[in-house]
Design a protein around this ligand. Structure first.
Ligand SMILES: [Ca+2]
Length: 337
């Protein structure tokens, strides 16, 4: 049997984002190893504006050599509420490093809309695509509204989002990806009954440190790094340093030097599923609350339920996930042209 048949076909819906950047680089490493097929990247408004996330995603793909992957432009909605997260990720979403990355020929002005790309790809390959959603769910909800039932055509939808038994990270109750567009989240939560949700409860344990990043600078052969290899290693360490400073300032890591690679946990699920455990649940999102808008809820009472819609990650093997990600990032640095 051709093992390529089993290579996951991935669309990443993303709003780079420091942790998105790590996820996109990790995925590019897996694709270079023949373990993933990147079908498209759909940028989303979120951490920063749709235009900036488009540019960030485009340049990250250029850096890894994935010039041919289409990038969508995020659906824009007038949203009141929490606003973006440039205070954490930098004005460009990437520690103000985006301009240091190779320019991309992709144009925001002529790019297709992310929801249209989702619809086209899911229609063309029903049951085949794993949708990795690491941004506010605006694009996915828009696709579902334009083409009802389209999200059921994904093989699987893996979402980084929500906070259940831990405080939120943008309000006392709410996690950013859900709180940015709670109505979109509710649309997606209603779209199918087997969503994979990786919440803050597990991702707030995943602290990637500058010491880990420093390991990327060591060539594993006698040959010195090429300029592109040095550029990639330098980008990762400088971004890690920037994110570490804001993580400490916003007290996200209990004073430990490092930053939370929330979004990368979705790839741990897809490619290293033994590192996570899950609970079956019915997940809803509060769209009305004055203090709790964007809060994700599970009814934990032992009363019969027939409408579970998700598998929610409950534990993660942190050391393993971080070590695996670091090794895959090393592979990308070592093998980039
Ligand atoms: Ca993100």
């Amino acid at each position: 049997m051709n093992s390529q048949l089993n290579v996951p076909k991935i669309i990443v819906d993303t709003d780079p984002g420091g942790d998105d950047s790590f996820a996109l680089l990790w995925l590019q490493s897996l694709a270079k190893q023949g373990l993933a097929d990147i079908v498209a990247v759909t940028a989303a408004a979120g951490n920063v504006s749709a235009k900036r996330t488009f540019q960030g995603a485009s340049r990250l793909l250029q850096l890894g050599g994935f010039d041919a992957v289409e990038v969508g432009r995020g659906v824009c909605r007038e949203l009141e509420g929490i606003g973006d997260a440039a205070y954490i990720h930098g004005l460009d979403g990437m520690g103000n490093l985006c301009q240091t990355l190779p320019a991309s020929p992709r144009s925001f002005d002529t790019a297709r809309s992310s929801d249209d790309i989702l619809i086209e790809k899911l229609q063309a390959m029903p049951g085949e695509i794993t949708l990795v959603a690491i941004a506010p769910l605006t694009n996915l909800a828009s696709a579902e509204k334009k083409s009802p039932g389209i999200l059921k055509r994904a093989k699987e939808i893996v979402i980084m989002g929500g906070a259940f038994h831990t405080p939120g990270n943008v309000t006392s109750e709410s996690e950013f990806n859900i709180a940015f567009d709670p109505e979109a989240a509710q649309t997606v939560f209603a779209s199918r009954n087997d969503l994979i949700i990786i919440p803050l409860d597990v991702t707030h344990q995943l602290i990637f440190t500058p010491t880990m990043a420093a390991q990327l600078h060591r060539p594993q052969t006698k040959r010195p790094f090429t300029p592109r290899q040095s550029q990639l290693a330098q980008f990762i360490t400088t971004l890690c340093d920037f994110m570490t400073q804001t993580a400490l300032a916003y007290r996200e890591t209990q004073g430990l030097p490092g930053f939370l690679v929330h979004d990368a946990a979705t790839l741990a699920y897809v490619f290293y599923p033994e590192t996570l455990a899950f609970c079956r649940a019915r997940v809803n999102v509060e769209t009305q609350g004055i203090w709790t808008r964007g809060k994700t809820l599970i009814d934990s009472r032992h009363r019969a339920k027939s409408s579970a819609n998700a598998w929610v990650a409950s534990t993660v093997e942190c050391a393993s996930v971080l070590a695996i990600m670091l090794e895959d990032l090393k592979h990308l640095v070592q093998t980039i042209e």
